[in-house]
Design a protein around this ligand. Structure first.
Ligand code: SF4
Ligand code: SF4
Length: 310
């Protein structure tokens, strides 16, 4: 990854999906899916303090002898809080070293500078050897553009998918340009949301082709919750055919629309849904799962990136 000397598989396991904020699988079940991915060539896992998924990682790694790279992140902006977050990650994953630690969702140089006290703590952790690389995650073109200018930032984790779903401040072309400059500056880069939070599930192959074509992305985090999804995604990342049985099993996985808690109740999704599945109740969007046909049309209109199909 860039100048970090960290070597990662092109596919990164996005651990959020198995955890309590999304599929909420029992730890035994979710960790088994992660372990299966590790045993089949995925050496990189992305999580965050906010996701509450450290127990899944700890369980998945029990007795595992292979090389693993773990990235986590935190919203903390003070030195003390960041110190507590790093210790929480080490204690709960059972790892002395967290390979990559990021400041979560930085929007631009303003937030990077505003949170610098916390970032300086991460740099101290690097010196002490308890993290190997530090950086930011971002949904913003400005976040990538500005992080590329900061020598102390090693890694950028940026949203990137073919329809630009979830980019706060520009187009996918703007993001591609910013990532290209960041890669040229030696940053390690991994993408997030290649399927636009599940909204591109019906076009998985095109969506993966799009992100895999961008060689500035050293890895791409994909959320998965079943063994069959791992099989299918590894095949697609490897340029192999997916057999019909696996494809059918992935298609049969029950899915639902998830509206994240930070919904601001603007109503754009309700206006877009011709099925009438979304209503705004007490200032928040609520979906009627019995009416929702999982078409994915509402996801791209949500400027807050609240709508996922999981
Ligand atoms: S578009 Fe997004 S923020 Fe607006 S009501 Fe729907 S889910 Fe909430
Ligand atoms: S996925 Fe389709 S049917 Fe379901 S709420 Fe969104 S627009 Fe409506």
């Amino acid at each position: 990854m860039g100048l970090t000397k960290i070597k990662v598989s092109r596919m990164c396991f996005g651990v959020l999906t198995v955890g309590p904020l999304q599929a909420n699988l029992p730890v035994k079940e979710g960790s088994a899916v992660i372990r299966y991915a590790l045993e089949n060539g995925v050496n990189f896992m992305d999580t965050a303090q906010y996701y509450k998924t450290y127990p899944y990682i700890r369980q998945a790694l029990k007795g595992y002898q292979g090389d693993v790279v773990i990235a986590s992140k935190s919203y903390d902006y003070t030195r003390e809080a960041m110190a507590a977050s790093v210790e929480e990650a080490r204690a709960e994953t059972g790892r002395d070293v967290i390979d990559i630690f990021l400041m979560h969702e930085q929007e631009s140089m303003l937030t990077i500078k505003g949170h610098w006290e916390a970032y300086e703590y991460l740099l101290e952790c690097k010196q002490r050897g308890i993290i190997k690389a530090a950086g930011i995650s971002t949904h913003n073109v400005a976040g990538v553009r500005d992080a590329a200018l900061v020598p102390e930032i090693d890694v950028i984790h940026a949203i990137y998918n073919k329809d630009g779903i979830g980019i706060n401040d520009g187009t996918i072309e703007d993001m591609r340009f910013a990532l290209s400059n960041a890669a040229a500056a030696g940053k390690g880069i991994y993408g997030m949301k290649p399927l636009g939070g599940g909204n591109l599930l019906g076009k998985t192959e095109d969506a993966f082709t799009f992100v895999l074509d961008n060689k500035d992305l050293h890895s791409i985090a994909v959320g998965m919750k079943t063994i069959e999804e791992v099989d299918m995604n590894i095949a697609l990342f490897s340029g192999n055919q997916v057999d019909d049985v696996t494809r059918a099993k992935v298609k049969s996985v029950p899915r639902r629309l998830l509206i994240d808690s930070w919904c601001i109740g603007c109503g754009s999704c309700a206006d877009r849904c011709s099925a009438g599945a979304i209503r705004i109740i007490d200032g928040k969007a609520e979906v009627d799962q019995l009416i929702c046909r999982l078409c994915g049309y509402c996801g791209p209109v949500c400027k807050e990136f609240c709508i996922k199909i999981i």
